[in-house]
Design a protein. Structure first.
Lengths: 390, 738, 308
């Protein structure tokens, strides 16, 4: 273990490379790579990395980057890539294919505003566009969380009980390009942590099958049910993965979510990524003034941990959600999920705040204003847009 | 509400038919709905389409499961229980050639209508041969069965812009659909509920064989036939020409010879002197040049190993009179059938015309000798120098179980040249016999041969070889019409012999120092009985002219001398002579047929042997009636590449014209060249599978299977595309409608 | 001639293309797959097939019309997917060929960027396009491989533009081997697959694949049609080595293109005037003859290694 001052992208690149290298005694690793701001340094890192059994293929598009990953995974290799915003949009068809093929690919999504217009700054609308894809999704609030979650993701995605791809999101620039000190794992630790990647349905000559051919409604529905069941097994598998992570690395990464001072809270605020770190400071300060307030840092979005949310919210009367994303005609996406979670809880006032979209800087002041609004509310009404400073 | 299920195949137009029916009712102010079931199956795969018709808005979007009517676009789509879920009182309307009653076993107790929509559609050019589009045709039958006025039906077609052949076809079907209510009870089928485990995406037992049996998609199926190759058809000896050529092509000379010896004991001779009608019949002529079958036969005879001769095992003795090709052939085949054969020959040596009539430079004596020896090795007893009279012949019928007479042609035709019995005139056939006996020389002489057959050419070329200085042939027709073997004519010309075509001799003046032959120029007139243009005298001035010579030879053909036959006998090839008290007597060869070729005589002798065998034992060993002859348009010629015929070797004209050494040397026995093998491989093998495997290689499904030399179509999977039939180079595979 | 009996697997389940597949009767692709199987002489490839008839061929899950491991790729990404497969196979020293089997839509149109990129990277892949000059799987729409004049469901009066020269495009990538193949010329087909197999890097094979359904032709005339296309010069048979050296395998023999046109109802508009296609023949042979004369293949090009 060595602490280093690195960018989020560097940290992610290192984590992917360590995971890839860890499969060298099995069928190796392969990544499809294509640049897009603010993700580019990740694939640059990968292209520069020397794998003892691996190859990074610099392709001509995100669509092909994921295509390469699908091929590599179908070949039984460990596979990963990274993208952002319109790159993800261009990749979507193959993102879906990877999920429906049950291939344990890990992808870093560096959140960036979907264009047009041209905007390179953070907004979770890109990865959340893929909320209906058969992918696990994790949102990371720090460099350390990012590194740890990437390793966790390989563990969970490749688990025979799961066999689904996983997306690990971070904030564009705010995380990706910010230098922070990170505890970067050693190769032998990762080797110990990640078992050999075994894709049970990989293409093999001793048992030829056709992957992805015509499937009738009955069988297709059955395969969807299988995906749902695998999703439902994730929390349990994740718990085990975290426990073993702690044994090897000596620290315990967050799981599905982090509930902070919610036990006796009347008011609970939900946020993810770095916004949750800002929120944490605000909450701590308001607590110190005697306010019965807590927070939930949302981390795992798919599968959505409804039970964990319900438990964390507990007996709170007001829940405010900070959504750095927008589903036009509806509202924030985390808010929708939490609303579903709290269905039947008429005692709770659930309010959605759309904030920091297009990369706006969400400061403690902005969050304090939101909380002030929430605690003063008599009724929730529609999601509201919260302006941030220019 | 009326609900209709249409059972069709991909490409037949079932969904369009649903739309057409719906349109017709829509135009009658009904609420309608039409839809198909779409899946991955392709052209030919069974598919369903549905129609609903009602007086009120239709809100049911499910598949029709209990139809009022069922329409079947193809009789092969009828499966057990097809109509089991039908509501009572409806119609089953089937596209089939059969009347409704023929479907009794499937549709007992139901109203059934049938129409031959396929024939109507094909006739009117709708769709392809493999998948005719029968929808518009079927609409006519459906309209009639549903009591729709024809005008309503046509309005529906018109609304969908179907015209021309579609309208004509619909009208035809409207007029000729047959209906009946079949007796018996409607069969009900228990619905099978499937509750099997649904396989998961990560299961380990995936990837099994497809469950579809695509044979059910087919409307046609490939079948194999055997046709008669034109060469076999053209061989008077009955040789399996294609068969021995194929064997040579595989370098199996023993097999080739064995095939030849089935039908002829004289392959070495035929390989030299046969006019080869097989080569004139060869389908390869239309492509480039005929296969050089004669040379291949010679090669097989020269290179194959003779099998061990059989010995007689029957008690019967049979007399064969005449040891020409017919007699030798009969003796051989009888001996092989187990009979004791006594062969009578008037000359001192066996062979008949083979020895006396064919010069050595064409047929070396050792070749003749070897083949005769082989025949005799079968236990045939030869009696040479036995010239039999009529009485002798009759006597044989009392000492032998059967008699075969093939004494050939003895009387030479002559012509009156006004000089009587001139010593300057000689019969060509006599001359050839004298040449054989080495008792004639024509040194420095000038010779004119009259005639155009093989004897004329043989006499002319032999004259050169016994010293003649100058030899000319006069023939009253054109050179192209000469019956002599084409190559022999060319060789004669090469040797310096002159041919005067369209010249007829009139008179020989034998009085002066040198005889002078006066000739008349001829021209071609109307066809005569033989179909050839009749030569008629050219009446223009100067059309008569004189030719000087020392000697004139007549080669005008020969006739049989029937004086040896019992009185009142009528010659007929193959049948025994009537009215004899003793054993049956048969005649054959030129003596009976006057066909004038060795090969015809061989065939005649063989047939006689089979007749005799049948007469004596009742056993019929004649080959079954031949299949139709493979025509040249049944050959897929683009499969082959153009390749000139390989000619056998030959001594050059200068060296050979004074020598009796064999002119033709056949294919050089040079393993590097393999001329015989390569030439044999030019054979198209018309109408007979030669296991070339092209069908197998081109089958898109890989379901044409071969086990040894047997081929099998797996009809469970065959989609009936017909590529195998197209690719079969030789017309063996054809498609039949299911 | 009898080799097939010895090398053809006895069991249907071992066929590369198994009986029970859902291809139409007389589909050129089926012949191509059988010959591919044979040319590989028992060595089983992995297939990567984008959206096209070829993936429907496999039939319904959980069965498989292919007797070799096969992956469906999204329409545009078969070469990308194959690149990933190939990378893993290579690092595991697995040498069985990885083959993209794609229609003209996935090759000439939607997949061309992916194809171009994989060719440029010289991935160790055999890319085979069975070109039926149409979007056959969707019922017969124009593609950029559709020849001028052909009627499709999106060119009702005949296509106004000529066929894209995909071979020239592939040659421009300087790939080690590119060749055209015909389902009417078996020996040539088998040889070219073997040459492709013996070559390293990106190999591109173009098969003109008859489609009775889309071409509106008789299934039993499928091979005959391709024979005509080759003999008339409409579909030239040639090989390009390293993108720069040309070898013509068969010259047109003077067969007029008219008969080819008449046998397909997709050309009903052209039947009266085959000029567009004769012009196309003249132009492409002018170019091809020029290339072959200026940049001929060497004796070593396309030589198969000795067996054993």
């Amino acid at each position: 273990m060595a602490k280093e001052l690195v960018t989020g992208n560097f940290a992610a690149g290192r984590a992917l490379a360590l995971a890839g290298e860890a499969n060298r005694n099995a069928r190796g690793c392969c990544a499809g790579a294509y640049p897009i701001t603010p993700q580019t340094e990740i694939i640059e890192y990968l292209c520069a990395n020397k794998f003892s059994k691996g190859r990074v293929i610099a392709v001509e598009s995100e669509h092909s980057a994921m295509g390469v990953c699908i091929g590599a995974a179908l070949g039984g290799g460990r596979s990963f890539t990274a993208s952002s915003a319109n790159g993800l949009a261009y990749m979507v068809e193959n993102v879906l294919a990877a999920g429906y093929y049950r291939l344990p690919i890990v992808m870093i999504a560096v959140n960036r505003t979907l264009g047009p217009p041209w905007n390179i700054w953070v907004d979770q609308g890109d990865s959340l566009m893929l909320r209906d894809a058969p992918w696990l999704q994790f949102y990371c609030d720090s460099h350390q969380d990012l590194v740890d979650t990437i390793l966790l993701s390989f563990r969970v995605a490749e688990d025979a009980q799961i066999m689904l791809p996983a997306m690990v999101a971070m904030d564009g620039f705010v995380t990706s390009h910010t230098q922070m000190v990170v505890d970067l794992p050693e190769q032998d630790q990762v080797d110990a942590y990640l078992p050999e990647c075994n894709v049970p349905h990989r293409l093999r000559h001793d048992h030829p099958t056709t992957v992805g051919g015509l499937t009738w409604p009955r069988e297709t529905e059955h395969h969807r049910i299988e995906i749902q069941q695998a999703m439902e097994r994730v929390p349990e598998v994740l718990d085990v993965a975290i426990a073993e992570f702690e044994e090897i690395f000596g620290r315990k990464p967050a799981g599905t979510l982090v509930a902070d001072q919610t036990k006796d809270a009347d008011t609970v605020i939900v946020a993810c990524n770095t916004m949750a770190r800002t929120l944490k400071n605000v909450i701590t300060e308001r607590r110190s003034k005697g306010e019965r307030i807590g927070m939930i840092r949302a981390k795992m979005f798919r599968p959505f941990p409804r039970g964990d949310f319900a438990a964390a919210i507990g007996s709170a009367k007001r829940v405010g959600v900070l959504d750095r994303n927008h589903s036009p005609g509806s509202g924030g996406i985390f808010w929708q999920e939490i609303a579903t979670t709290l269905r039947g809880r008429s005692d709770i006032l659930l309010k959605d705040y759309l904030v920091g979209l297009g990369g706006g800087d969400v400061t403690p002041t902005v969050i304090n204003e939101i909380i002030d609004d929430l605690v003063a509310r008599k009724e929730a009404s529609d999601p509201v847009w919260k302006e941030v400073a220019a | 509400m009326i609900e209709i299920t249409i059972c069709g195949r991909g490409g037949q137009g079932g969904v369009t038919l649903a739309k057409l029916i719906a349109t017709t009712y829509f135009l009658r102010d009904k609420y309608v709905q039409a839809f198909g079931v779409y899946a991955a199956e392709r052209s030919g795969a069974p598919l369903q389409a549905f129609v609903r018709i009602d007086d009120q808005e239709i809100t049911n979007h499910n598949q029709v499961r209990e139809p009022d009517h069922i329409i079947v676009l193809d009789p092969t789509l009828i499966t057990p229980g097809l109509a089991a879920a039908m509501k009572p009182g409806g119609w089953v309307i089937v596209n089939t050639q059969d009347p409704p009653e023929a479907l009794q076993e499937h549709f007992a107790g139901l109203h059934v209508a049938t129409v031959d929509a396929t024939s109507i559609a094909v006739k009117n050019g709708l769709g392809t041969r493999a998948v005719p589009i029968v929808n518009t045709t079927m609409s006519g039958a459906i309209g009639k069965v549903f009591d729709l006025p024809i005008d309503d039906l046509l309005a529906g077609l018109d609304h969908l812009q179907f015209g021309g052949p579609n309208t004509i076809s619909a009208r035809e079907a409207y007029d000729c659909v047959q209906t009946a209510t079949l007796s018996g009870k409607v069969a009900k089928l228990k619905r099978v509920q499937s509750n099997g485990k649904i396989p998961g995406l990560l299961d380990d037992d995936l990837g099994g064989m497809p469950k579809i049996r695509t044979g059910s998609w087919a409307t046609r199926k490939p079948e194999r036939q055997r046709l008669t190759p034109p060469c076999n058809d053209g061989c008077p000896a009955g040789n399996d020409v294609r068969g021995f050529v194929e064997a040579v092509g595989k370098e199996d000379y023993d097999q080739a010879l064995a095939i030849l010896l089935e039908t002829s004991p004289l392959p070495g001779i035929c390989g030299r002197v046969c006019p080869a009608p097989c080569m004139d019949a060869c389908n390869r002529i239309e492509y480039d040049e005929s296969v050089n079958i004669r040379e291949i036969e010679r090669y097989a005879a020269d290179h194959g190993t003779l099998p061990s001769p059989t010995k007689p095992w029957r008690k019967e003795n049979i007399a064969v009179v005449g040891s020409g090709p017919a007699g030798l052939s009969a003796a051989y085949h009888l001996a092989k059938l187990g009979y004791h054969v006594n062969l009578f020959e008037g000359e001192k040596e066996l062979g008949g015309v083979l020895r006396t009539g064919i010069p050595e430079y064409r047929l070396p004596r050792d070749v003749l000798g070897d083949e005769i020896t082989f025949i005799l090795q079968h236990g045939v007893k030869a009696h040479c120098g036995c010239f039999l009279s009529r009485g002798d012949l009759l006597a044989l019928t009392h000492t032998y179980a059967a008699v075969f007479a093939a004494t050939g042609l003895r009387d030479s035709r002559t012509i009156d040249l006004g000089s009587g019995d001139s010593k300057s005139i000689m019969q060509g056939i006599d001359f050839l016999d004298r040449v054989r006996r080495r008792d004639v020389r024509l040194d420095g002489k000038s010779v004119i041969v009259i005639g155009g057959g093989n004897t004329a050419i043989d006499a002319a070329r032999s004259a050169l070889r016994v010293g003649a200085h100058h030899v000319e042939i006069v023939y009253r027709r054109t050179q192209a019409q000469m019956p002599a073997i084409r190559e022999e004519i060319e060789e004669a010309l090469d040797e310096g012999i002159k041919i005067h075509e369209l010249v007829s001799p009139i008179q020989l003046d034998d009085v002066g120092a040198r005889p002078t032959l006066t000739c008349q120029r001829m021209k071609l007139g109307e066809p005569d009985a033989s179909g050839r243009p009749r030569p008629i005298p050219d009446t223009s001035e100067g059309a008569q002219f004189d030719m000087d010579c020392d000697c004139v030879m007549l080669a005008l053909g020969q006739t049989q001398d029937i004086s040896i036959l019992p009185e009142g006998s009528e010659i007929s090839d193959g049948k025994s002579l009537l009215g004899l008290s003793g054993a049956p007597m048969f005649v054959g060869g030129d003596f009976a047929t006057n066909e004038g070729t060795v090969t015809a005589a061989i065939g005649s002798g063989r047939k006689a042997a089979l007749h005799i065998h049948r007469t004596l034992t009742g056993e019929d060993l004649f080959p079954p009636p031949a299949e139709p002859v493979a025509a040249s348009d049944q050959i897929t010629t683009h499969v082959f590449s153009h390749e000139p015929r390989r000619e056998g070797g030959m001594i050059n004209a200068h060296d050979r014209r004074r020598s009796f050494t064999e002119v033709r040397v056949g294919y050089r026995d040079n393993p590097a060249e393999h001329a015989a093998v390569e030439e044999a491989q030019r054979c198209f093998s018309c109408g007979v599978c030669n296991t070339c495997d092209r069908c197998l290689e081109y089958c898109p499904e890989g379901i044409l299977l071969r086990d040894g030399d047997a081929y099998r179509f797996d009809y469970d999977y065959c989609k009936g595309c017909g590529v195998c039939a197209t690719e079969c180079p030789r017309g063996v595979i054809y498609m039949s409608q299911l | 001639m009898t080799i097939i009996a010895e090398t053809k697997p006895k069991q249907y389940c071992d066929y590369l293309l198994r009986p029970g597949n859902t291809n139409c009767a007389g589909c050129g692709m089926s012949i191509g797959l059988q010959w591919l199987d044979e040319a590989l002489a028992g060595e089983k490839p992995m297939l990567v097939i984008p959206a096209c008839c070829g993936i429907v061929t496999a039939g319904a899950f959980p069965t498989s019309g292919y007797g070799v491991p096969t992956a469906a790729a999204t329409f545009a990404s078969s070469p990308a997917l194959a690149s990933g497969l190939s990378a893993i196979a290579t690092m595991n020293e697995e040498t069985n060929p990885i083959i993209c089997w794609a229609g003209d839509g996935g090759t000439y149109d939607i997949g061309i960027a992916t194809l171009s990129a994989a060719a440029e990277r010289n991935e160790d892949i055999i890319y085979i396009c069975y070109d039926n000059e149409i979007y056959g799987n969707t019922g017969g729409q124009r593609s950029s491989a559709t020849p001028e004049g052909a009627v499709t469901s999106t060119t009702r009066t005949g296509k106004g533009e000529g066929k894209k020269d995909i071979m020239a495009i592939m040659a421009a990538h300087r790939i080690p081997y590119a060749a055209t193949l015909s389902v009417a010329h078996r020996e040539d087909f088998l040889r070219k697959v073997k040459v492709a197999r013996a070559t390293k890097g990106f190999r591109f094979l173009l098969i003109l694949s008859p489609c009775p359904t889309g071409w509106k032709s008789e299934p039993d005339e499928s091979t005959e049609l391709i024979g005509m296309a080759v003999r008339s010069g409409l579909f030239p048979m040639y090989e390009i080595f390293d993108g720069v050296r040309y070898r013509i395998n068969k010259k047109p023999d003077g067969t007029p293109v008219d008969e080819y046109i008449k046998k397909q109802r997709r050309y009903k508009g052209v039947a009266a005037d085959p000029q567009p296609l004769t012009d196309c023949i003249t132009a492409q042979w002018h170019r091809l003859n020029g290339m072959a004369a200026a940049f001929p293949a060497t004796k070593e090009d396309g030589c198969l290694p000795d067996v054993g």
